[in-house]
Design a binder for this molecule. Structure first.
Ligand code: GAR
Length: 188
C-alpha cells in the first residue's frame, strides 16, 4: 500500500496525535506521519513526536511569514495530507489556496452544532441531550467543511464538563482513524 505522507498540526495535549501515531504503524493504515507542527512550544503533544522519532517543528505564529515557513516544510517533506488535531489556530484562506491537498480536522461537537471554542461549556449550558465529535474537511468557513464522519453519545444529567470531554475524546480516538481510512477508500 502506498501511504499518504501526513503532517499533524497540534497546540496542546496531543492525545489524537498519539493515537494517529500508533495507528499509522499498522501496515494497512493509509497514512504515515512524516512531520508534526505545533504553534505552541509548551504543547505536551510534542513529546509524542519525540517518542516516535518524528520530526517536529515549533512555529512562531507571530512571525509575519509563518505560513510560508510551514508551506516550505510541507513541501520539503512531500506532505500530501494535513491532519489538524487540536490545532487552535485558524488556517488562512491564503494557506488553503496554496496547499492544494487534503486538510482535515477533528472537532468536539456534532457539527454544524457548536462551531468554534468552548464547546463543552456551551453544550452543557444548552442542555443538549446528545453530543459527540466530527471529522471534516477544512475549507474557508470555520468548522464548516464537508463532514467525513461523526460519532455520538447521550449526555446524562450529571455529566460535568470533564466527563463530557473525556467521553468525546474517547470517541475522537475511534473517529479520526476511521475518517482517514474512509477518505482513502472513497473519492472525495
Ligand atoms: C480535541 O478534543 C479536538 O476535538 C479539539 O481539541 C482537542 C485536542 O485534544 N479541537 C478543537 O476544539 C478544534 N476547534 P488533543 O490535543 O488531546 O488531541
Amino acid at each position: 500500500m502506498v501511504k499518504k505522507k501526513a503532517c499533524v498540526f497540534i497546540s496542546g495535549e496531543g492525545s489524537n496525535l498519539r493515537n494517529l501515531l500508533k495507528r499509522s504503524r499498522d501496515y494497512n493504515f493509509p497514512i504515515t506521519i512524516k512531520l508534526v507542527i505545533s504553534n505552541n512550544s509548551k504543547a505536551r503533544g510534542i513529546n509524542f513526536a519525540k517518542k516516535y522519532s518524528i520530526p517536529y517543528l515549533i512555529i512562531n505564529t507571530k512571525l509575519r511569514n509563518f505560513e510560508n515557513l510551514i508551506l516550505n516544510n510541507l513541501k520539503k517533506n512531500g506532505i500530501n495530507i494535513i491532519c489538524l488535531a487540536g490545532y487552535m489556530k485558524i488556517i488562512s484562506k491564503k494557506f488553503l489556496r496554496s496547499f492544494k491537498k487534503q486538510i482535515i480536522n477533528i472537532h468536539p461537537s456534532l457539527l454544524p452544532k457548536f462551531k468554534g471554542l468552548n464547546t463543552f461549556k456551551r453544550i452543557l449550558r444548552k442542555k443538549e441531550i446528545k453530543t459527540g465529535c466530527t471529522v471534516h474537511f477544512v475549507n474557508e468557513k470555520l468548522d464548516g467543511g464537508r463532514i467525513i464522519t461523526q460519532k455520538s453519545f447521550y449526555i446524562m444529567s450529571n455529566f460535568s464538563e470533564f466527563e463530557l470531554k473525556k467521553r468525546t475524546q474517547n470517541l475522537e480516538h475511534i473517529a479520526y482513524p476511521e475518517a482517514i481510512v474512509k477518505i482513502s477508500r472513497i473519492n472525495y
